[in-house]
Design a protein around this ligand. Sequence first.
Ligand code: GAL
Length: 652
Amino acid sequence: MSQPAIGVCYYPEHWDEQRWETDIARMAEIGIAYVRIGDFCWSRLEKRPGELDFSWMLRAMDMFHRHGIKLMVATPTAGPPRWMLDKHPDMVAIDANGHERRFGSRRQYDFSHAGYREECARIVTLLADAVGQHPALMAWQTDNEYGCHNTTCSWSPAARVEFQRWLAARYGTVEALNLAWGNVFWSLEYNDFTQVDLPNLTVTEPNPAAQLDFRRFSSDQVGTFNALQVNILKAARPDLPVSHNYMGRFTEFDHFKVAETLDFVTWDSYPVGFLEMGDEPAEAKAQYLRQGEPDFQGLHHDIYRAAGRGRWWIIEQQPGPVNWAPYNPDPLPGMARLWAWEAFAHGAEVVAYFRWRQFPAAQEQMHAGLLRVDDQPAPAYHEAKQVIEELRLTGIAGEARKGRVGIVFDYESEWAWQIQPQAKGFTHVGHVNAVYVALRKRGIDIDILPPTTASFAGYDLVIIPALFAWTDALREAVTSFEGHLLIGPRTGSKTGDFTIPQNLAPDLPSNLLDVKVMRVDSTRPEHGVAVKGGGTAQLWRERLETRARVEIEDEEGFPVLVSQGKVFYVGASGDRALVQRIVGQLLEEANIVPLALPAGVRCRVRGGFRVYVNYANGVAHLAPAPDEAGYVLGDATMPAAGVTVARLATPD
Ligand code: GAL
């Protein structure tokens, strides 16, 4: 990849046409290289059914072209216009309580509705015909933020029929489905696929296997909906890449699987909004009120870097206060710059701010842009400009360096533990995040590994936290791996059908790991048990039967960490101190030397440069790392929201 660049989201249809030229000239003047247009403009492309007008979009595209700006055009399908409802009254999604998700905001459609899919195919075909050959066009975006506002699952009649079809294709016979789901229990057996209902509105907990299959099905519906658009766009312009914008803290569909049909992925990063909306401890919320949680962005960058097979952008970057959290703090001066630098350090090709100018009307009128409503620059305008200059100055390019440590991340595991947590608050993401943070605080570059990874070759340490069921690929990867492995807790405790494996968890051959989880003790977090040597086991404690070596045990004498050669198994959820300790031990075992980072400072290596960002509220002092040959941006004294870039002595 050549040099990374800055972009912005622009909505020509929101402004008088007379303003376009000035806006675009101003973007070009500060060096904005990419602009996304098109999301949510369907009512302007097709005012009434069949009354099409692409001329305004083409005029805007011409202007961008004259100013040398490249465009990503989004398909408008996330905002079906009002007339669509008259044509297809049953196209709206139905929530789990059986209520319609009505017109009046956005994303009211049902992924399973055949009529709406046809409408999408039609408008995408027309869009590709109308603008697909434009010289400014460099990429497409399908739709906008699949699943946003809780829209992945719909409990509609259309979804029910499609779910039954999906099940028939998966199981072949209804007997096979009954067996897989354990339907003999509570007399839940079906005689025919057409009897299968969606797993909502039941008296008590629906069958977990049915719920998991419904989650898988709903995720696949997103995938086929996306593929429909991708195929049309590819037929029109086989050479143009297609992307979709993913979200933060969002796991409702399998982003890895959906990305298989995309050329690259983007995501929408709103660090301060996410922290406000999240369940981080009050102390973190106070400390990082104006910065966002220091590892939240990094984790998402790495997940989406994996989803995009190395190619990813930020297509919406928070520029100032947003409008959608309960409270919307103003970011610390410098954060709009820092977040962009951090994304570039993790390999982003482009960081685009959302949006060019604040819109004075409607739902998002309180959402900042690079420009204020009165056209004057908002703080992020200057920061974006600064990043553009700094990118030129440093010449950072190349790819995010491959990490020596990999962490397996799996969407199905997140769904499985949501469906049957056994301990309230036990999540896959939580366990992934805990080890991610522990590693990143030590300056370790991390790669996220999807569950389709069949080889861990090249890594020194791989961590598999709270994986629900082994995939064939992961079994193979684990068996052939020569580096260090940290597995657990709860890994391999189910089969893919959501049953307990005959062999019991973690369900690995005993020559690899001689451990069986005999029973599980789950307690409220405040009833944790101290661990000998430091830390607390809490929420989840496994009673292990093992002939492996006991490395750490708790005060009650139960093994917490055991090892067999280079394979380590952790049988408890830990507090931060315990996770830090175990990760520290594994780094030592694997001969990975951490960096001594000041509190609140994070870093990552890309293309021969190490980028440091300071999330702390005060000044941080860096100790130069042994592999560095001086700073090309900033220096060892980092102010709050500061960025320092070091050049590595030996570039990769
Ligand atoms: C995103 C969305 C945008 C805009 C933005 C506001 O979720 O893609 O259309 O709503 O949030 O922060």
